[in-house]
Design a protein around this ligand. Structure first.
Ligand code: PHE
Length: 370
């Protein structure tokens, strides 16, 4: 009689009347399980098939064994039948797990993979530890953004934000960027419609905040910006900026220099020196670029600073009177400074990352290092 026939009969019908015979019967089933698990048809059919055949709730081999051999066993054979049944079930579950993982993943790994497999192994042993999900960590860009925010919060600045989908007015006109300016070109800017853009910088929030709060104003504006740049190792069409803005009576370029010098030493280390070069932005006058002494070679010249000893880290300047006026602030009474920096660039310098694309690829092997 085959096993498949035997499991349709009770122990009494099989004339199995003593413990040793029960053990022998179960040993026979386990041998059958070993052979069955080798059957090549499980490789070509959906992988759950072995599991269904042995472990499904209804009509599987174990369900029939449970019904015909265990539940209906005479009292004196119950303990041995129960023990043998559990052993068989565990072996069937282990085989089914391997079947689910055809690449023979280690059972411990398989156990971590999913609740189904975990239950298969743990169902009889409640003392097994639970599945531990790895804790996430902050994205490196988030780390750096928070670090920069903390430095300015310590100086009394407040965090401010504004919309990423912005009007052409706030993104350009209010910032004194004329219609003929190249940044307004379709090529540089992502237009939603004729009056609406994905903001190309965080500067539009300057005017929004001036309108809302008036002067004095000390704010930091972190946020996403969008440009029609092709992705490469230093460009991304979506990136983070942080804007700083101070407006008050008697604000001078010396305040701007002092603040940014303090910031650079806090962020990059006390030995860092800053240097200011003239530049141009329509919304600041005068405008400047800030460079720091190379944090990799200390200013001696290396590959990172292209042997110049300095690395450019932000644009800045004194807020243009026209911008203050657009924000409803009297430029006769108030003056201000502003700066804008790219957060990814700071994260790349801080962590020695040479490809900006790594920030957006969601590769856990990269992200779990921070
Ligand atoms: N908005 C400028 C940019 O995106 C940076 C900047 C901000 C420059 C504030 C000066 C003042 O390049």
């Amino acid at each position: 009689m085959s096993i498949e026939e035997k499991i349709l009969k009770t122990l009494a019908e099989l004339q199995v009347n003593e413990a040793a015979a029960v053990e022998a019967l179960f040993a026979e089933v386990r041998r059958f399980l070993d052979e069955d698990a080798q059957d090549p048809r499980w490789k070509s059919e959906p992988p759950q098939t072995l599991r269904n055949r042995w472990l499904a709730r209804n009509n599987s081999i174990l369900a029939l064994v449970d019904e015909n051999w265990l539940k209906s066993a005479p009292k004196e054979l119950k303990p041995v039948a129960g023990r043998e049944f559990n052993r068989l079930k565990k072996e069937a579950q282990a085989k089914a797990v391997l079947q689910l993982e055809p690449l023979a993943i280690h059972p411990q790994r398989a156990k971590e993979r999913s609740g189904v497999e975990r239950n298969a192994l743990a169902v009889d042993d409640l003392t097994l530890p639970g599945v531990r999900r790895a804790l996430g960590s902050f994205h490196p860009v988030t780390h750096v953004r928070r670090e920069i925010e903390d430095i300015f919060l310590g100086l009394g600045f407040a965090i401010e934000d504004g919309p990423e989908i912005e009007s052409v007015y706030y993104n350009f006109d209010a910032l004194n960027i004329p219609e003929s300016h190249p940044s307004r070109d379709d090529w540089d800017t992502l237009y939603v419609d004729a009056q609406t853009v994905l903001r190309t910088h965080t500067s539009p929030v300057q005017v929004r905040a001036m309108e809302r709060q008036g002067a004095p104003l000390y704010i930091l504006i972190p946020g996403l910006c969008y440009r029609r740049d092709n992705p490469d190792s230093t460009h991304s069409p979506v990136f983070h900026q942080i804007e700083g803005l101070a407006v008050d009576t008697h604000i001078t370029f010396a305040d701007l220099k002092g603040t940014l010098d303090f910031f650079a030493r806090k962020f990059f280390g006390e030995k860092t020196r800053t240097s200011f070069h003239p530049s141009f932005f329509p919304f600041t006058e005068p405008s400047g670029e800030v460079a720091i002494s190379c944090i990799f070679c200390g200013g001696e010249g290396c590959r990172v600073c292209k042997h110049g000893g300095w690395i450019e880290v932000m644009g800045c300047g004194m807020v243009h009177p026209e911008v203050l006026r657009h924000g409803g602030i009297d430029p006769q009474r108030y003056s201000g400074w502003a700066f804008g920096l790219g957060v990814e660039r700071y994260a790349m310098m801080k962590y020695g990352i040479d490809d900006i694309q790594l920030f957006y690829q969601s590769d856990v092997r990269f992200l779990e290092q921070f």
